[in-house]
Design a binder for this molecule. Structure first.
Ligand code: ADP
Ligand code: MG
Length: 348
């Protein structure tokens, strides 16, 4: 049975003044008629081909809830077989026409993706207020569950295999012009040793879910989010402005650096520090110290490069992949397509 997670956000006051509750949910009702009109900004051909990816909501069978994240609630479902259905929270739409466009645009982006290390996008329900994304159901556990909940230990060799597959999936996304914007261990599944990346390009649908986290002058920071944010993103944090952060391929590489650190160290960088302290340090270019880390110079170099303060000094994924391939391995006779076997730590 799956546990239902309902995580609370950390509120960080950015202005220093007392926060005034502007009321998160505005409860705007949706004007359905507005969405039935043809959208002038979408070429006709495009909107026709979009139809292929429309899944009528009634065709979906929803079973138990798997969990709740920033954008919506994920259910185990059935649509020509087992699927994961991400129902978006759309109760608090403000400028909903524009946001529906954003959603459609993102759906148009997903359908272009076909890669072994990316979750299979199957379609979407695009009739408000029923907005949902349907993907294949990932069978394994997330890296987050392995690393932080089960305390599974990844050897350097296993970490390299996982990192190579992440780099392959991310390299593919970037080559197709897609920025993930939310690369984190919670969005990376391990299915029999194969990496499956989820939730790429979805970040801007938070526009649809706007109002769930932000209050007054405070910024809602989901737990474990900050340490994936590159300095240029941290510096751009404002109340309500996480919607307009300057994400780029380079910010994805920074996030990959954090995933690489978690794989190797079994914890988040800046562990136990309050959000304000992390924001201040990352914004100034202070990195998590690697002094106590048991790893070779090459492995630490990858980390430091990915976490470069200047975005243009970070490597790209093809470069990372070739660096990872060149790492000296201890008695490693597996190729990336072979399963990664994990050992449980003695205490779990
Ligand atoms: P987050 O990524 O922050 O955990 P999500 O809303 O993306 O939040 O996911 C909510 C829950 O649903 C998580 O437990 C996640 O592992 C699970 N989940 C998301 N997508 C899938 C999928 N395609 N297959 C199986 N489980 C999924
Ligand atoms: Mg997710």
């Amino acid at each position: 049975t799956s546990s239902i997670k309902n995580e609370r956000c950390c509120l960080v006051s950015l202005s220093g003044s007392g926060s005034t509750d502007s009321g998160g949910a505005r409860g705007d009702s949706l004007d359905l008629a507005a969405h039935d009109a043809p959208d002038a900004r979408w070429p006709r051909q495009n909107s026709l081909s979009m139809k292929e990816w429309d899944i009528p909501y009634d065709e979906l069978k929803l079973f138990e809830m798997i969990g709740t994240g920033r954008f919506g609630t994920v259910y185990r479902g059935s649509w020509h077989g087992a699927v994961a259905v991400k129902l978006l929270h759309v109760h608090s739409l403000t400028d909903h026409c524009l946001q529906l466009d954003t959603f459609k645009h993102e759906v148009a982006t997903f359908r272009k993706t076909r890669h072994e290390n990316l979750v299979l996008f199957m379609g979407a329900c695009m009739k408000p207020p029923r907005l949902a994304i349907v993907t294949s159901l990932c069978k394994g556990m997330t890296l987050y569950t392995h690393i932080h909940l089960r305390k599974d230990k990844f050897t350097a060799n296993k970490s390299v295999i996982v990192a190579q597959q992440i780099s392959q999936g991310m390299g593919y996304l970037h080559a197709r012009g897609i920025i993930h914007k939310d690369l984190k261990t919670k969005n990376i599944f391990l299915e029999n040793g194969k990496v499956v990346i989820t939730d790429f390009g979805l970040f801007s649908v938070t526009k649809l879910c706007f109002g769930t986290n932000a209050r007054g002058d405070s910024l809602g920071i989901p737990p474990g989010w900050l340490c994936y944010l590159a300095p240029e993103l941290v510096r751009a944090l404002r109340p309500h402005a996480s919607l307009h952060l300057p994400f780029s391929k380079d910010t994805d590489v920074y996030a990959f650096g954090t995933v690489w650190y978690e794989l190797l160290c079994g914890e988040y960088p800046f562990k136990g520090q309050p959000p304000e302290a992390i924001i201040w340090q990352v914004g100034k270019g202070v990195k998590q110290s690697l002094a106590n880390m048991q790893a070779s110079r090459d492995i630490k170099d990858i980390l430091m490069l990915c976490w470069s303060y200047r975005a243009n000094e970070r490597p790209d994924f093809p470069h990372l992949l070739s660096t990872l391939e060149k790492l000296p391995r201890k008695r490693l006779a597996r190729s990336p397509s072979h399963p990664v076997h994990l050992s449980r730590s003695a205490d779990s």
